[in-house]
Design a protein around this ligand. Structure first.
Ligand code: CA
Length: 389
């Protein structure tokens, strides 16, 4: 079953090595709901209209199109992309306007990378680990299990050399990239079975995509991939014993608290997922410096605001989940987290050994981790401990 190849949320759709046709993905987007609203029924039809659509240059004005991997109205990611476009237009006095299309409105979600790479459209918005099938090393620019937090990722990308490594990875694809949002640490997921030891994971049926899924698979979990629209009923009917989605804000909207007994934390598999803005390098190079500066500044602002919105909305939602819906929050036992960490290291070693490009990015990522983590330990962590958190 490959439905999960069609990304609708802020995590990896699944192992990108498996191919899913655009038409399959297209159908899924059409039938998926998010927050009660039908996903746009405009997948077909619009695609044919985009051929040969260069940026419009007239009197120094540019008109770009941005395609995203998100459903229409998808909170924070899609709404953030639209807010970014509005601000770029305002700040540039209308010299750069970007029309934003949700997943499936112009191209299927999984065609975003190719559409921007080929120059069919100028801009894309999604997550680098969706393209793991084309470039497994891209996964580091979203999140890896037990990897960097949002704050640490921003440090790496903006000041630690990460941006250059990212641009080097994307250069062969004619792309430049910027972080444009971050989910922060996600939740570990909804479970109908208590997880007290690693043995409790054996045979568990769980929806968890990406590298996290590979780690869980090593732990004996039967990783199930289902489309978003089927998650709630699958959990309720016992087709799934567990699933992970995002954080309290998005999870509450999907109603998982009505179908699961326990809500586990932390999201060891997605400690701070970066959402990317990708721009076709020819389109980027055609922009005058001031417009490039506006795009850079607006994406940085969007990145900061998205994390702030997540923290704010997750905090509010968590309160409702606990106070109103009586959700039982449980931290994964240390033994389980240690076990998963060991399996994550094993998964990463296999990936690094299989691909020199992965190794190059991995080494840069780990070098930065080693540099930033001692500081995190005596700043954020020590402070939180001192505060009693
Ligand atoms: Ca997730």
């Amino acid at each position: 079953m490959v439905d999960d190849n069609c990304p609708v949320e802020n995590d990896s759709p699944k192992d990108r090595d498996s191919a899913t046709s655009d038409s399959t993905c297209d159908k899924q987007v059409k039938r998926r709901d998010f927050i009660g609203g039908a996903i746009g029924a405009v997948c077909a039809g619009a695609v044919g209209a985009i051929a040969g659509a260069p940026a419009v240059h007239a009197s120094g004005k540019f008109r770009w199109r941005m395609v995203t991997t998100w459903p229409p109205r998808f909170p924070i990611f899609q709404t953030g992309a639209e807010d970014f476009a509005r601000k770029v237009k305002l700040m540039s006095g209308g010299r750069l306007s970007i029309d934003v299309f949700a997943g499936g409105e112009l191209v299927p979600p999984l065609s975003v990378f190719d559409a921007v790479s080929s120059g069919t459209v100028q801009v894309g918005n999604g997550a680098a680990y969706y393209w793991a099938g084309k470039a497994p090393e891209a996964q580091f620019f979203t999140a890896i299990p037990f990897g960097l937090t949002a704050q640490q990722m921003n440090a790496w990308l903006y000041y630690g050399g990460g941006q250059k490594v990212w641009n080097d990875v994307y250069a062969p694809f004619n792309l430049v990239a910027f972080p444009i949002a971050n989910s922060g640490v996600q939740m570990g997921g909804w479970f109908n079975k208590k997880i007290e030891t690693m043995a409790d994971l054996q045979g568990l049926k769980m929806r968890i995509p990406g590298l996290g899924g590979k780690v869980m698979n090593k732990a004996g979990v039967n990783v199930v991939l289902l489309p978003a629209s089927e998650l709630y009923t699958s959990l309720e009917r016992g087709v799934l014993d567990a699933l992970e989605w995002a954080g309290p804000y998005h999870d509450m909207k999907l109603g998982f608290y009505r179908a699961a007994k326990y809500y586990y934390y932390p999201g060891w598999h997605e400690p701070g997922s970066v959402i990317e803005l990708i721009i076709n390098s020819k389109a980027w190079n055609s922009l005058p410096k001031d417009l490039q500066a506006i795009v850079t500044a607006a994406s940085t602002e969007a990145n900061v605001r998205a994390l702030a919105e997540f923290d704010s909305r997750n905090g509010e939602a968590l309160e409702v989940l606990v106070d109103k819906y009586r959700v039982k929050l449980i931290k994964f036992p240390d033994e389980v987290l240690r076990g998963l960490h060991g399996l994550a290291d094993e998964t990463m070693t296999e990936l690094v050994e299989s691909n020199p490009k992965v190794k190059k990015v991995h080494d840069a990522f780990m070098a930065f981790s080693r540099k930033v983590e001692p500081w995190t330990k005596m700043s954020e962590r020590a402070y939180m401990e001192a505060k009693g958190l």
